[in-house]
Design a protein around this ligand. Structure first.
Ligand code: TSJ
Length: 645
């Protein structure tokens, strides 16, 4: 910067040579000065010019900026600022205007006033745009006159010349029109929406500044006009529109501390994502930095302090985590500082250490006051944080459960699962067996190669009526989650399923039906994919054994029983009623409910069109060697709806 500063007369020629060499370097290696020579770099040119007008607006001298994409891909930018000074600097021998367009990194001081280049990523300014433009014209409106200077590929074509008088003698401003060099850029086709997005953001960041973008390339011109008197507060409103805000007010504060200007706006919405945009001197800092750190720390502390003070968080409760408080948060943080330091790989992170305490102190004061003044909003934010925390803890517990599976195995912990030896899940089945009495026969009657058995003791928790914490504390449920291996809800992963068939085996009575229903409710709420993909079955134990001599039948209903009795002659027929699975011996249980060759299974289906309700239907799958009995299927195909148990 200092090297390029214009020196006294004797050095003038040398200085000129240096300038031309400088701009030639830009043309040789444009990538060093702008984002790229693709459309991104092309847009960068526009921002470089517009940012000069933005600086003039920040200095308080400009209220309007008009940007045009003209036919032939010319870009013009007009502002109503003071106009770049055109008088010849006595020491340097050239005008400020010429310096701005020809000296790389122009940032020196002219006539006492500072020429600040806010700029985009690289902050290199108008001289780079000039070097990369095949044509560039600048007009300055000052003192009732219009001045002009023209350039091509960085070289001036003429001195600053007076070319006319202003129609309105009070008019001041700067007008720059350029045509990007098509020998350097891959394309000259500007994207209207990209420019529009960035210019709208700029307008949000500078309260009251009017920015227009006009596209004249087509016969039917397009125009966007941005002016936000509410500044970043309106930015938050804009982002939260359509996301349904959680409360009606938007928090806003501004302040200055140790030469750091701070502006913050925020409001929660009912989404689960966090949107925080941060800026330093109107430059986007997507990697965050010291301003973001100061903000996050204070937000977390303020809400926790408030929640403790109001007894929302009890002594035994842990503090909310920052993430909990920021779920659904939309916030804009904008700071203005003297010497911004950009760090990180892409120089998009603010490094100035003085910014964090400044943001923290201003935000802490104003936000604490806001919470005290708006108790209902404060309460809502705490409630949201609490809900987010519960969800986070639930997700963690579910993840722990799937992880613990391997931990248990390595410890050799037997658990309640009686596993099978087959390692290929596609060939494996698991029977969830009601009650201890049936466990013995089930264990003995299974094929231990591919059939696993797990007992359920007592009633299964009704997950419809329990909070997540209670569900995760329920041993029956966590054992099942562990055994299945898939994880639950958001963490569900079907590829981890350890058994191709999950078979619920309960007594053929009212209690058994109730337990099966609770089991299905649990699966439906926590692992619906298991049902959707047809992995869930109900075992169908018979109700009666009807026998005469060596001949016997299993009956699944009273009608069936009576039919078998008459089939066997009606006299001296033994009718054995199974009150529960436990009353069957090993062989009977294996034959009727477990052996794929002879058993009866109901496959559980879910109605895809009625997912909001618990709609389950069943298809009966009979063993290969059992002659399918139509009436049985019809009698037993169940329809379960809105299980309210
Ligand atoms: F950089 C640029 F040339 F590309 C450019 C600068 C382009 C555009 C569209 C506008 C501007 C620009 C510069 N707008 N307003 C200004 N203001 C000054 O350069 C200026 C005017 C007066 C004084 C002063 O101290 O009197 C100081 C400055 C920096």
């Amino acid at each position: 910067m200092e090297d390029n500063k214009i020196k006294k007369g004797s050095d003038y020629d040398a200085q000129q040579i240096q300038i031309l060499e400088g701009l030639e370097a830009v043309r040789k290696r444009p990538g060093m000065y702008i984002a790229s020579t693709s459309i991104r770099g092309l847009h960068h040119l526009v921002y470089e010019i517009v940012d000069n007008s933005v600086d003039e607006a920040l200095a308080g001298f400009c209220t309007q900026i008009d940007i045009k994409i003209e036919k032939g891909n010319y870009i013009s930018v007009l502002d109503n600022g003071r106009g770049i000074p055109i008088d010849i600097n006595k020491k340097a021998g050239v005008s400020a205007l010429e310096v701005v367009f020809t000296v790389l990194h122009a940032g020196g001081k002219f006539g006492g006033g500072g020429y600040k280049v806010s700029g985009g990523l690289h902050g290199v300014g108008a001289s780079v745009v000039n070097a990369l433009s095949s044509e560039l014209t600048v007009n300055v409106y000052r003192d009732g006159k219009v001045y002009e200077q023209k350039f091509s590929r960085g070289k001036k074509l003429c001195e600053v010349t007076e070319v006319g008088t202003c129609i309105n003698p009070d008019q001041t401003g700067t007008f720059v029109r350029f045509l990007a060099d098509d020998t350097i850029f891959e394309t000259l086709e500007y994207d209207y929406d990209t420019l529009k997005h960035r210019l709208r953001e700029t307008a949000f960041l500078i309260k009251g500044l009017r920015i227009t973008l006009t596209d004249e390339r087509e016969d039917e011109p397009k125009q966007s006009v941005f002016k936000y008197d509410g500044g970043i507060k309106e930015y938050v409103e804009f982002i939260n529109k359509g996301k349904s805000p959680s409360y009606d007010k938007i928090f806003y504060c501004e302040g200055e501390k140790n030469k750091v200007l701070v502006e913050i706006a925020l409001q929660h919405n009912n989404s689960y994502s966090e949107v925080i945009y941060t800026f330093a001197n109107n430059i986007n800092t997507p990697e965050g930095g010291t301003h973001l750190e100061g903000f996050k720390k204070v937000l977390t502390k303020c809400i926790n302090d408030y929640a403790r003070g109001k007894g929302i968080l009890k002594d035994k409760d842990e503090n909310f985590q920052g993430d909990d408080i920021r779920e659904g948060l939309c916030a804009i943080i904008s700071v203005k500082i003297e010497n911004p330091q950009f760090e990180g790989q892409t120089k998009q992170k603010l490094g100035n250490s003085e910014v964090q305490p400044a943001v923290a102190s201003i935000f802490a004061d104003k936000f604490t006051y806001f919470l005290d003044q708006n108790p209902s909003i404060a309460k809502l934010i705490c409630e949201k944080a609490n809900a987010a925390r519960k969800a986070r803890e639930a997700a963690r517990k579910a993840r722990d459960l799937t992880r613990r599976k391997t931990a248990l195995d390595s410890l050799g912990h037997p658990g309640k699962l009686v596993d099978c030896s087959e390692k290929d899940p596609k060939l494996c089945e698991i029977f969830i067996v009601e009650g201890d009495s049936a466990l013995g026969p089930a264990k003995d009657g299974r094929n231990s190669k591919y059939q696993a058995v797990m007992p359920l003791r007592g009633k299964v928790l009704n997950v419809e009526k329990a909070r997540d914490e209670r569900i995760y504390a329920n041993k029956e449920i966590t054992d099942m989650i562990t055994a299945f291996g898939t994880g639950i809800k958001k963490d569900f992963d079907i590829s981890k399923l350890r058994y191709d068939k999950i078979i619920i085996m309960t007594d053929a009575d009212v209690d058994g039906a109730h337990i099966a229903t609770l089991m299905l409710t649990f699966l439906y709420r926590f692992m619906p994919e298991l049902i959707k993909q047809g992995h869930v079955y109900l075992a169908k134990p018979p109700l009666f054994k009807v026998a005469k001599g060596k001949k016997y039948y299993y009956a699944y209903s009273d009608a069936e029983r009576d039919r078998y009795i008459s089939e066997l002659g009606g006299e001296n027929v033994d009718v054995n009623r199974f009150k529960g699975l436990g009353e069957m011996d090993t062989e009977q249980l294996a034959q009727t409910t477990m052996d794929p060759q002879t058993r009866v299974l109901l496959q559980v289906h879910m109605d895809e069109n009625a997912l909001s309700e618990l709609d389950l239907t069943f298809t009966t799958l009979m063993g290969d060697e059992v002659v399918p009995r139509r009436e049985f299927i019809e009698e037993n195909a169940k329809y379960v709806k809105n299980l309210d148990v």
